[in-house]
Design a binder for this molecule. Structure first.
Ligand code: NAD
Ligand code: UD1
Length: 345
């Protein structure tokens, strides 16, 4: 019988792509999301994409009663926990909201899981837990450095899960530290859908290429990098989704807990990203060099060998594929049939 998975935050960017990968891998998946940062039409698009009705609950991860009734209804074998707030600058303005959703929400979920006897979880962590790392490519052994309240919530989440596993060996935990997710599903039915002006590079470039924003501000060209602009390890969101399937298989199969980076091991600068996006879109991407962004890290690149060794994970998609799929999503037809990212209430 198919194993049952609860996907919190499954209507979001990484969650929706992971939903598709899990369904393709034969899991029975239920999405829980409160649409705080997602569009309701994602559910219809996932139905079109998979050809199956989506099992779905609109709820908040802090709502223990609803969570408990979902667990008794479905008897989940495992949880993949994406639901969180993720905007760094907003976390500096509203740290308590971030602690509430990302830390209290996690604890609430773990309590309900414990009571239901479901103790297998994949946790979305981030390269941000490394702060400004001493070493690049950065290995999983690098120390924790909180740069802002958002980063603190990911460190705290990992620590809570580590202590829980140490205290009770029935818990089975996969911690995945994502580097910079980019791109979209090849169908152009799902993709990154920022509600406001994007903070992150790829969706910002996409809107400049599409003419919705006039120019990209490149935050600093005086870093100690080959062209002076910030370097990141961009990873296709479909590769990340595959990482979750492998993580679940390891947890549900041999019960093998793990902590791994999910990246490609390769870095690209902001100007390389602009050039790649221009190639993919055949559009101009005007940009202007400005001051460094406060709190920015010069280089984030993953040591990617542990995920390969433990999970058999290897990123397959190139930077050009990330840009092409992002452009396809941005210019796609989804908005003509469903309320798209810009025109839904
Ligand atoms: P996202 O905002 O697209 O997805 C998160 C989803 O969680 C959204 O659909 C949102 O509506 C939902 N959500 C938020 N608060 C909720 C709550 N209280 N109850 C129920 N649902 C709630 O973000 P994403 O980029 O898909 O990120 C998913 C996870 O990966 C997050 O935990 C994020 O911190 C982590 N992460 C993201 C990145 C990135 O660059 N996107 C990098 C590293 C880690
Ligand atoms: C940011 C967050 C990080 C979070 C990650 C994923 C900050 C300081 N860090 O990471 O904690 O985990 O998003 O959500 O916000 N850039 C520009 N112009 C832009 C946007 C970005 O030049 O308009 C540059 C940045 O300076 C950086 C690179 O592009 O060098 C990537 O930026 P971004 O996509 O925001 O990701 P991170 O900085 O890695």
């Amino acid at each position: 019988m198919a194993e049952k998975i609860l996907l919190t935050g499954g209507a979001g960017y990484i969650g929706s792509h992971t939903y598709v990968a899990l369904i393709e891998a034969g899991y029975e998946v239920t999405i829980l999301d409160n649409f705080q940062n997602a569009n309701r039409s994602v559910v219809h698009r996932l139905e079109r994409l998979t050809g199956k009705p989506v099992s779905f609950a609109e709820a908040d991860i802090r709502d223990a009663t609803t969570l408990a009734s979902l667990f008794s209804e479905h008897q989940f074998d495992a949880v993949v926990h994406f639901a969180a707030l993720k905007a760094v600058s907003e976390s500096v303005e509203r740290p308590l909201d971030y602690f509430d959703v990302n830390i209290s929400g996690l604890i609430n979920l773990l309590r309900v899981m414990d009571a239901a006897g479901c103790r297998t979880i994949v946790f979305s962590s981030s390269a941000t837990v490394y702060g400004v790392p001493d070493e690049t490519p950065t290995p999983e052994t690098a120390e924790f450095r909180a740069m802002n309240p958002y980063g603190q919530t990911k460190i705290s989440g990992e620590q809570i899960l580590n202590q829980l596993t140490a205290a009770d060996e029935r818990w089975n935990v996969g911690i995945l530290r994502y580097f910079n997710p980019a791109g979209a599903h090849a169908s152009a039915l799902i993709g990154e859908d920022p509600r406001d002006i994007p903070n992150n590079l790829m969706p910002y470039i996409a809107k400049v290429a599409a003419g919705e924003l006039s120019e990209l501000q490149v935050f600093g060209d005086d870093y100690d990098t080959p062209d002076g602009t910030g370097v990141r390890d961009y990873i296709h969101v479909d590769d990340l989704a595959k990482g979750h399937v492998l993580s679940l298989a390891a947890l549900l199969g041999e019960g093998q807990g793990h902590l791994v980076n999910l990246g490609t091991g390769e870095g690209h600068s902001v100007l390389e990203m602009v050039a790649a996006y221009k190639r993919a879109s055949n559009r101009d991407v005007p940009y202007r060099i400005t001051e460094r962004r406060a709190g920015d890290v010069p280089v984030y690149v993953a040591r990617a060998d542990k995920a390969e060794e433990i999970l058999g994970f290897q990123a397959e998609h190139s930077l050009d594929e990330m840009c092409a799929s992002s452009w396809h999503w941005i210019t796609g037809e989804h908005s003509s049939e469903d309320p798209g990212p810009e025109n839904e209430e």
